[in-house]
Design a protein around this ligand. Structure first.
Ligand SMILES: Nc1nc2c(ncn2[C@@H]2O[C@H](COP(=O)(O)OP(=O)(O)OP(=O)(O)O)[C@@H](O)[C@H]2O)c(=O)[nH]1
Ligand SMILES: [Mg+2]
Length: 359
């Protein structure tokens, strides 16, 4: 699963990319002005993984992760960058909105920038829809094919929404219709997290960011979230460790680095939840889509385990912690369930898969 960083130029995308992925890509201050695409992997902090790791003291602890791509800034009216394939493939968008002063760019206006960026996404989608509709009209005139007539009908509906400035993520589509247009990778259809990049001195206003900048309308749309961070402060936070970091965070009035929340929000935006596997070799969080069956969850661990799937031994996180990680105690209490292949795995469950691969 992949999230695409998007935003107007110099909004702090690359700074956030570095924070999310632990990379050290030069930010715009040193930039040569060349458009570059960066890709990296973000690790999702999870206190449950930390606790399980304390209980099982494994050789290795692995957190859930997702991919991040960082694109050059999209200036108003310049949409060429949006065609990048790595970006069109993204499952969700992380929109970085500038709220800090930049003498070169003038006073910040998060609401205006949010609308401008959404407009670019809408226009990019509208171009794709118009181009396709033109072809369909010509093709249907020559020879009428049911599938094409159906596609035309869906695209006309989407066109009407786009012309009314409604992002496609707010348009209800049946599963069949959604499938029919999936190949277009519409940008305004991707779930989006608008992340306001706050000035250092306004960090305390974070929780009220929606009211402060008038973002309520955007925030209320389906598959849309609004979050906040101060990328510059987070860079300082990231350079500190342990008690020093805690003290610095406490000074800022934060319980944990704000980037942790951005990471969890991205994870949720991608529609991902975690199940865990535990043992003395490894404690690991596995990302799955909400609603995944046990057999498919087993497949994320290894395709052989899915193929030879017999049963999943499943238990809840809280129950396992309550008995200090003792499966014998869980079994004695009747809290270790045996589930079949169609069981839907829930967030935070610990799974052990029984499988048998025929030779
Ligand atoms: N004051 C302040 N400056 C920031 C903040 N975040 C980023 N900057 C600065 O803004 C400039 C642009 O940051 P980048 O992360 O390169 O922005 P970008 O969106 O990747 O820029 P492009 O890729 O050129 O579109 C840099 O000089 C950053 O140091 C912030 O939270 N506060
Ligand atoms: Mg950048």
């Amino acid at each position: 699963m992949k999230i695409g960083l998007i935003g107007l130029p110099r909004s702090g995308k690359t700074t956030l990319f570095n924070l999310l992925t632990g990379a050290k890509v030069a930010t715009a201050r040193y930039d040569t002005g060349r458009a570059e695409l960066h890709t990296g992997v973000a690790r999702v902090p999870d206190p449950r993984v930390d606790t399980l790791s304390r209980l099982f003291t494994p050789k290795k602890t692995t957190y859930a992760s997702f991919e991040v791509v960082d694109l050059a800034g999209i200036a108003k009216g310049e949409r060429a960058g949006l065609e990048t394939k790595d970006f069109r493939d993204a499952d969700a968008l992380l929109h970085v909105v500038r709220a800090f002063e930049d003498p070169a760019l003038g006073a910040p206006d998060p609401r205006r920038d949010l609308v401008d960026l959404e407009t670019e996404l809408l226009l990019a989608d509208l171009e794709v829809v118009d181009r396709r509709l033109e072809r369909l009209v010509a093709s249907i005139k020559k020879q009428r094919k049911d599938a094409e007539v159906k596609e035309q009908e869906i695209l006309r509906r989407l066109k009407a929404a786009l012309e009314a400035e409604t992002p496609l993520r707010a348009v209800e589509l049946s599963a069949d219709d959604a499938k029919a247009v999936r190949g277009f990778t519409f940008l305004s259809q991707k779930p989006i997290l608008h992340c306001v990049n706050l000035p250092e001195k306004s960090l305390a206003a974070g929780p009220r960011v929606v009211e402060q900048y008038g973002l309520a309308e955007a925030a209320a749309r389906p598959r849309t979230r609004v979050g906040w961070v101060s990328a510059v402060i987070e860079m300082e936070v990231a350079e500190l460790q342990g008690d020093e970091q805690q003290a610095f965070l406490a000074d800022l009035g934060l319980k944990e680095p704000a980037i942790h929340r951005v990471l969890s929000d991205c994870y949720a935006l991608l529609g991902l939840i975690s199940f865990f596997t535990v043992g003395e070799d490894e404690v690991r969080a596995w990302p799955i889509r909400d609603g995944t069956r046990a057999q498919d969850a087993a497949g994320t661990v290894h395709s052989d385990i899915a193929r030879g799937f017999i049963r999943a031994e499943v238990n809840g996180y809280d129950e396992l912690v309550a008995v200090q990680g003792s499966f014998a105690d869980l079994r004695a209490k009747g809290q270790l369930r045996l589930e079949g292949k169609d069981y839907v795995v829930r967030d935070g469950e610990i799974c052990h898969f029984r499988f048998n691969v025929a030779k």
